[in-house]
Write a protein of this length. Sequence first.
Length: 266
Amino acid sequence: MTISPAASDNSLQCPLEGLITLRHLNLYYGDFQALKDINAAFKRRTITALIGPSGCGKSTLLRTLNRMNDLIDGVRITGEVIIEGADIFAPDVDLTQLRKRVGMVFQRPNPFPLSIYDNVVYGPRLHGRPGKAELNAILERSLEAVQMWEEVKDKLKAPALSLTEEQQQRLCIARLLAVEPEILLMDEPCSALDPLATLRIEELMQELKKNYTIIIVTHNMQQAARASDDSGFMYLGELIEFGATAQLFTRPRDPQTEDYITGKYG
């Protein structure tokens, strides 16, 4: 992966500031430009939804925020991703610490083929190997946060894969919370779930945003409207419009946003 510095022309600097600030972010897969001059700010302890048709760059943008795209050959990035004043592409950034701070939940639940207990404490063991009492406290706290403690406290040694899909997704979120991140990235976290399970995950997100900043990619327009505080509409690698969800869905400023929301394409 190649990272180029942001433009030094001060006239190009984006005035937006947030917990996460994107300034003139571009990403290329070889000769193909997947993200085009993205400027945005994600506020602390809010839920932001990224919407847009398939292939528009939503998931690519999400993966840029914890440098998951580093794993892809031929990726080149210009511009800046600033988290609390520090550029995550600076040469001295510790990727392990960045991904601990900025965790990700994927489309389909991906619990490890281990027990419920070992799934949740896996990260703390990896990062610090705390004692059993501390691990037990982390376990209970993390499962309480995703409203699972009462459901599983008597079967912690059971295989994680024996849980329902919705429980597995909540377990994956608990696994992230166990390493105390600040930011949760969710890439279509409800796409494999039925409507009732989807609603439970959305309710969980509302609880989690009291302590975490959440950014979600979704194709579900109703979900974006219900669950998010801010939304960004992406099309062909560009961030066409970004702002409060209520405003974007009811009074979009850009005709392309209105066309997408009203179902004219996508």
